[in-house]
Ligand binder design. Structure first.
Ligand SMILES: NC(=O)c1ccc[n+]([C@@H]2O[C@H](COP(=O)([O-])OP(=O)(O)OC[C@H]3O[C@@H](n4cnc5c(N)ncnc54)[C@H](OP(=O)(O)O)[C@@H]3O)[C@@H](O)[C@H]2O)c1
Length: 350
């Protein structure tokens, strides 16, 4: 099968795979198809797999969890059940499913335990389903289960046009919050308004404080109740000047490459709650919660309550372009890698 192998950590994933011996990524055309590993395991023929910022950090060698190369890159994916173990009860061959993986999904096939897979309901686009588990799952868990976001509260979303940010904007609107989105450039601003953001700060015009304060004034609102922060650095520092008494801060990530400092004395006097949120170990420690969350998101997708904006869909050989989109901060929504349908796959020996 075709698979994208990371052969070393620390290289630049925006260099085309195999363009020299030194490139971190190589496309293997004859990678072994993974075998079922237990009576309850399932092999999935992958339709689509999504890139997250974490995948980019992983190749750079900057991600907190480091796999030993060589390994097949992996993240969220969707596809169709192709083979089932003898004790599988939840799924049958042909069922559409999605899940997430720490490795292995940038390939035509992946093997997972049946309890790791979630059925994709009718009415959901299978390519879009590959973008749901990690990005939408993170924002859903953080906003709904951790901060308990309520109707009428003011939500400030940093990095709002990216994978988790756009998910947070959409989920915030479903919760009935007043959503302020922060992004860079007029294209992103226009897009975020089109998905319902109540106010969008364009970073290309400067900082966020004046723009947000003036919006709050016109709406007779005091400040921000929940800060959703996948960016960190100076944007976190500015955002703290906008938070209400009793506000909640959701620490999601550090796309700016700068871990922010939140002064404990200010948190004390303002009665702030600071939530650290890490989806991957949530998944390991509270698997049922994640499953419920992804199921709810898929039902929202099926009912048209959320839409997945696929910024670009690439073939595996073009993965460097997908990484460039992330590195250059061009992405609005998600970039995905898609695989051809079975009839056009000639390399499968199954
Ligand atoms: N805690 C968790 O479980 C969890 C789960 C998923 C993701 N994350 C983390 O959340 C962050 C965002 O992930 P993502 O997948 O949404 O990434 P993404 O799609 O690439 O979005 C990142 C956004 O951050 C903004 N940004 C601001 N400063 C940036 C900088 N210096 N470099 C790059 N982007 C910058 C960009 O928007 P503008 O250009 O418009 O400013 C971009 O849209 C990452 O740090 C990731 O590791 C955490």
């Amino acid at each position: 099968m075709e698979a994208l192998v990371c052969r070393k950590l620390g290289g630049d994933p925006t260099i085309p795979p195999d363009s020299s011996q030194n490139t971190p990524l190589t496309v293997s055309k004859s990678h072994p198809i993974p075998k079922l590993i237990s009576p309850t395991s399932i092999r999935v023929r992958i339709k689509s797999t999504s890139l997250n910022y974490a995948t980019y950090l992983q190749v750079l060698g900057k991600y907190q969890e480091k796999l030993a190369p060589p390994f097949v890159l992996g993240s969220d994916y969707s596809g169709v059940v192709e083979s089932v173990g003898s004790n599988v009860t939840k799924f049958k061959i042909g069922d559409p499913v999605c899940s997430t993986a720490g490795d292995g999904s940038f390939a035509q096939f992946i093997v997972a335990e049946e309890n790791e897979l979630i059925g994709v309901p009718e009415g959901c686009d299978l390519v879009a389903a590959a973008a749901i588990p990690l990005a939408y799952g993170t924002s859903h868990q953080a906003l709904v289960h951790r901060s308990n976001l309520k109707s009428g509260q003011v939500l400030l979303v940093l990095g709002a046009s990216g994978g988790v940010g756009l998910a947070a904007v959409q989920i915030g609107k479903i919760c009935g919050a007043i959503v302020i989105a922060v992004a860079r450039g007029s294209k992103k601003v226009k897009f975020l308004k089109s998905v319902g953001a109540d106010h969008v700060v364009d970073l290309s015009n400067g900082g966020i404080i004046e723009s947000v304060k003036s919006f709050l004034r016109t709406k007779k609102l005091k400040g921000v109740d929940v800060l959703y922060d996948p960016v960190g650095g100076k944007l976190t520092k500015e955002s703290m000047k906008l938070l209400n008494w009793g506000a909640q801060i959701l620490i999601i990530g550090f796309a700016s490459d700068e871990v922010p400092l939140i002064p404990a004395n200010i948190a004390l006097v303002k009665n702030w709650t600071i939530h650290g949120f890490y989806w991957r170990n949530y998944e390991a420690i509270k698997p049922g919660v994640i499953e419920e969350s992804v199921k709810e998101l898929l039902s929202w997708l099926a009912r048209g309550l959320i839409t997945i904006h696929i910024y670009h869909s690439y073939k595996l050989q073009e993965v460097n372009l997908a990484f460039s989109d992330i590195k250059d901060r061009n992405v609005i929504g998600k970039v995905v890698i898609t695989f051809d349908d079975p009839k056009s796959i000639t390399s499968s020996r199954l």
